[in-house]
Design a protein around this ligand. Structure first.
Ligand SMILES: NC(=O)C1=CN([C@@H]2O[C@H](COP(=O)(O)OP(=O)(O)OC[C@H]3O[C@@H](n4cnc5c(N)ncnc54)[C@H](O)[C@@H]3O)[C@@H](O)[C@H]2O)C=CC1
Ligand SMILES: CC/C=C\CC(=O)/C=C/C=C\C=C\C=C\[C@@H](O)[C@@H](O)C/C=C\CCC(=O)O
Length: 295
């Protein structure tokens, strides 16, 4: 049954600020958000939906020219004071620490972080681990120092971008799959830490199906997929069969994870059929299982 507000009888999202739903929705107006890998693709869509909802957004990307170009486009639409672009590589502690410090100096605080930067490179697999998993760990640890209540921060929310390949294997990219499973495990554990230590920061995970961005072109190149290139037809069949998401649709799912204050340690999966929260059992022992006789 669809939700109906007991105060206003509204069926859609609204702002009575009196019903349970409004009281547990984060108001994004004047919040300060940080997005990594923000210059294009999904990162850009996350930046735009945050701006449309009233936040100020700090864009981080290793690609300076694309970042500068996006910053001037956004200046025209939203005004110069709503965004700032910082060049940084998420694999560099010095870069990312420096960028976050500059962001706090510029905007005064951090309320929202989206660890989005990611690559596919099965040939240089150490780099894939460093960006996709190392970058998420680094971003989370560094941002928590500014966000957690015990350090004088205001709390907030961190969204780590995984993939449906973080929930089940994508054979064309085993290392990519491993990093995305790592993002899910790390984020769930850190969400539990945050709750136990009362950081005031929610940590959630977004797991999209294939999305139309430049990342997808890596699938066609031996430079990136290397020994798994013969398996690329499998991914192409998956895309032909189910379709490919648009980035702005994924951004709507991202927004749910940002705003819903009841979500912490939750993973939202989105594919062409829609978005669903994944149910993980509380304990590993509650996973579906088959007994094995060791005698
Ligand atoms: N496109 C897809 O089908 C899906 C993508 N994802 C994930 O979404 C995230 C974004 O991917 P897309 O937008 O598709 O990719 P994209 O290639 O369009 O954009 C990625 C951005 O990240 C930046 N970046 C890469 N390495 C970086 C680094 N070391 N430091 C800072 N910035 C860096 C790039 O310069 C680029 O601007 C990734 O984590 C990806 O794994 C998840 C599921 C599906
Ligand atoms: C190489 C990566 C390209 C793009 C980035 C990305 O993260 C894309 C992920 C897209 C989908 C991943 C789906 C993974 C699903 C697993 O659960 C598989 O085990 C499912 C297996 C077969 C599905 C066959 C079908 O549905 O047709």
């Amino acid at each position: 049954m669809r939700y109906r507000c007991p105060v206003t009888s509204d069926r859609e999202e609204h702002k009575c600020d009196r019903c349970d739903r409004c009281l547990s929705v984060m108001d994004l107006k004047d919040k300060v958000a940080v997005v990594t890998g923000a210059a294009q693709g999904l990162g850009r869509s996350f930046v735009e939906i945050l701006l449309k909802n009233g936040s100020k957004v700090a864009l981080i990307d290793v690609n300076k020219s694309l970042g500068d170009e996006l910053k001037s486009t956004l200046d025209q639409e939203y005004g110069r004071d709503r965004t700032e672009f910082f060049t940084a590589d998420v694999t560099s502690e010095e870069d990312l620490k420096g960028a976050l410090e500059k962001i706090v100096k510029t905007f005064g605080r951090i309320d929202i972080l989206c660890n989005n930067a990611g690559i596919i490179n099965e040939k240089h697999w150490e780099k894939t681990i460093a960006v996709n998993l190392g970058g998420v760990v680094r971003g989370t640890y560094l941002a928590l120092e500014h966000m957690k209540k015990e350090n004088g921060g205001n709390g907030g929310v961190i969204i780590n971008i995984s993939s449906m390949a973080g929930l089940g294997p994508l054979p064309v990219a085993p290392i990519y799959t491993a990093t995305k499973h790592g993002v899910v495990g790390f984020s769930r554990a850190m969400a539990a830490v945050s709750k136990l230590a009362d950081y005031g920061v929610r940590i959630n995970i977004l797991c999209p199906w294939f999305v139309k961005t430049s990342l997808l072109s890596s699938l066609n190149s031996e430079d990136y997929i290397e020994r798994f290139l013969p398996l690329k037809a499998m991914s192409e069949t998956m895309i032909q069969k189910h379709g490919c998401l648009e980035a702005d649709v994924v951004a709507k799912a991202f927004l749910v994870l940002v705003k819903d204050e009841s979500k912490n340690g939750d993973a939202l999966m989105i594919d062409p059929e829609g978005a669903v929260f994944i149910s993980f059992p509380q304990k590993a022992k509650d996973l579906p299982s088959t007994p094995v006789n060791l005698e």
